[in-house]
Design a protein around this ligand. Structure first.
Ligand SMILES: O=C(O)CCC(=O)C(=O)O
Ligand SMILES: [Fe+2]
Length: 315
């Protein structure tokens, strides 16, 4: 049975720059979405269709390459800045995971782009343009989000300027047994925020109100924004990182491009002291992107291990 569609707030991002009144309405909408669901879609985000389409099509072309070409990037080391891996393997409880992934660092672009695949020949150009646009958008979104928390639009600007961007290029091939398999196990992202572009539906989010999985509906040219663990930490739990998973289908390959944005590798994300008081004691330990990578190298997300759980302080 097809899962129920999620009610997902749709934010018209263009309104952020249409004067003070519009901006404050959008900031409020973003804040509500972050606290209710940890997830929203944005339209009118300013990234043109040719850049979105170019990034998706070069990603499809990459995964169609002969395997020896892709294997050049194969690594199980989560600390590598460019990494190809497959999880076409058995998981727990008979569930199989079915995903191929290319992950690479993307900011600063001129530092990392020479490490990216040279094939397909337009990969660097198309993905480079896309990553640059995604990063601009992520910085604007973070400003809006810190504003929505009452911390002001500049609260994290300097640290985000020095921050990391990782591009996860996910490929889910057609799966013969989609009912007993998953593309990606339930998880939340370690990031401040993640922006995702998908070629077709397949992303589900956990509705914490009733514990059910809901399908994110497809909207033309929209992008999905996930609140990540580090934003939950910053906000002292006012905003919750969204638990999500990717499901599969029998018929066609699905691609998703997840642009993961965080502070610098060793910069610790801390709870904003402005959001801590007697009624709301500090609920989280500080941590960095490197702390997450160290966690990931020792724990399997497919076994339900969760980074954010290791950060929670029991008050
Ligand atoms: O494929 C998707 O829609 C989700 C991808 C994702 O959650 C991730 O890369 O962290
Ligand atoms: Fe994710």
């Amino acid at each position: 049975m097809a899962p129920e569609a999620a009610y997902v707030p749709i934010i018209d991002f263009g309104r952020l720059n249409e004067g003070r009144e519009q901006r404050s309405m959008v900031i409020k909408e973003i804040g509500n979405a972050c606290s209710r669901l940890g997830f929203f879609q944005i339209v009118n985000h300013g990234i043109c269709q040719s850049i979105l389409g170019g990034a998706l099509s070069t990603a499809f072309d990459f995964f169609k390459l002969p395997s020896e070409e892709k294997m050049k990037f194969m690594s199980g080391d989560v600390h590598r800045p460019v990494r190809y891996s497959t999880s076409l393997k058995d998981g727990i409880d008979e569930i199989q995971f079915w995903r191929v992934i290319l992950k690479h660092y993307a900011h600063p672009l001129d530092h990392w782009i020479d490490f990216w695949p040279k094939n397909p020949p337009n990969y660097r150009e198309n993905m480079g343009k896309y990553c640059t646009e995604e990063r601009k958008l992520a910085l604007e979104l973070m400003s809006a989000i810190t504003e929505s928390l009452g911390l002001g639009p500049k609260y994290l600007v300097n640290k985000m300027d020095e921050g990391m961007q990782v591009m996860a290029v996910n490929c889910y091939p057609p799966c013969p047994q989609p009912d007993i398999s998953l593309g990606l196990p339930p998880h939340s992202d370690y990031t401040c925020l993640t922006i995702v572009l998908q070629s077709s539906p397949g992303l589900e989010i956990l509705d914490t109100e009733d514990g059910s999985w809901k399908m994110v509906p497809k909207m033309q040219s929209s992008l999905q924004v996930h609140v990540g663990d580090h934003l939950e930490v910053l906000s002292n739990g006012r905003y919750k990182s969204v638990v999500h998973r990717a499901i599969l289908n029998r018929g066609s390959t699905r691609i998703s491009l997840a642009s993961l944005h965080s502070l610098g590798m060793d910069e610790k994300m801390e709870t904003a002291k402005e959001l801590v008081d007697e009624k709301n004691p500090k609920g989280y330990k500080e941590s960095s992107f490197r702390d997450f990578l160290n966690f990931l190298s020792k724990n399997d997300l497919a076994e339900g291990k969760s980074f954010i759980d290791t950060l929670k302080i029991k008050n």
